[in-house]
Design a binder for this molecule. Structure first.
Ligand SMILES: C[S@@+](CC[C@H](N)C(=O)[O-])C[C@H]1O[C@@H](n2cnc3c(N)ncnc32)[C@H](O)[C@@H]1O
Length: 276
């Protein structure tokens, strides 16, 4: 039984273009073997013994839509964990969300590309600790059906707590931690509106409405600059006037160029929409 299908430079080129078009993830020529391995697993599982046949199926056969979802699950990098880059989320809640509630508003927060959900659950814990959980709308989305079904289940493995720092003191109020699993309390579940959204899909993004805070961390790094610019413009369009976008601590939008203005609070950088 073949376990690896050959991938010529030409087949790599059409697949990497298809993947960039559908989900944004960018593969360099040096990634040919890596991508070939991932594609082979899916192609063989779907009953194909040629990557070119598999490509035509994905690209042109109406039945290829479900297989594209399986391929998305195989390609995305779902690395995430509770309390990741926590200082950023604390500043977002204390400096951007809490004042809006205090002013009588009902802020809307979106954790875009949330993977299996540890990020929006962390935001929900921070909100709950301040008594704000029922005073905001919290939306969380990802493109990966598998990641979203894990998020919705709210049951995680011990590695979901793999942050370098020990969990914050409030963690025990919201997570039931056993040696083999971590279970999220139901109050947090009830507060999150889970959606499947492709960040490249402008109508899909705008269907969510406008947000006061968008957290989109550790995903732009997988995109080519032009794709990242497109995604940032979609996200900027989904910000309310005065709203803020947060990206990962190792990411910056300044290199890409953006109409959003970069600001800093408490050592945390974010990008604010100053005009409508
Ligand atoms: C490394 S995880 C980041 C998770 C979380 N934001 C964090 O920082 O811990 C990247 C996530 O981006 C998602 N993703 C990749 N391409 C996407 C796209 N075009 N639209 C929406 N989500 C996407 C992946 O499915 C994956 O779950």
């Amino acid at each position: 039984m073949t376990s690896r299908l050959p991938i010529s430079p030409q087949v790599f080129a059409i697949f990497s273009a298809l993947i960039a078009e559908k989900i944004g993830i960018h593969y360099d020529a040096g990634d040919r073997e890596l991508l070939g391995d991932k594609l082979s697993v899916r192609a063989l599982d779907a009953g194909f013994d040629s990557l070119l046949d598999y490509y035509y199926f994905l690209r042109y056969d109406p039945a290829g839509v479900a297989e594209l979802d399986a391929l998305i699950d195989a390609l995305v990098v779902g690395e995430t964990y509770f309390f990741r880059e926590l200082a950023q989320l604390e500043v977002a809640v204390s400096e951007l969300v809490a004042p809006r509630v205090a002013a009588g508003g009902r802020p809307r927060i979106w954790s875009a590309a949330c993977s299996s959900g540890e990020e929006p659950f962390t935001i929900a814990m921070l909100l709950a600790e301040r008594g704000l959980l029922d005073k905001v709308d919290l939306v969380a989305s990802d493109i990966s059906p598998r990641a979203l079904s894990r998020a919705r289940a709210g049951v995680f493995g011990p590695r979901s707590l793999r942050s370098n720092a020990p969990p914050p003191p409030f963690a025990s109020r919201w997570l039931d931690v056993a040696p083999d699993r971590v279970v999220v309390r139901p109050e947090l579940h009830a507060a999150i509106d889970w959606r499947r959204i492709n960040l490249l899909d402008a109508p899909g993004v705008s269907s969510l409405g406008r947000f006061d805070v968008i957290v989109c961390r550790n995903v732009l790094i997988y995109f080519h600059d032009n794709t990242a610019r497109w995604v940032v413009s979609n996200l900027a369009g989904a910000l309310a006037a005065g709203g803020s976008l947060l990206v990962g601590v190792s990411e910056s939008l300044l290199r890409l160029g953006t109409a959003l203005s970069c600001e800093e609070r408490g050592g945390v950088f974010f990008y604010r929409k100053t005009a409508q």
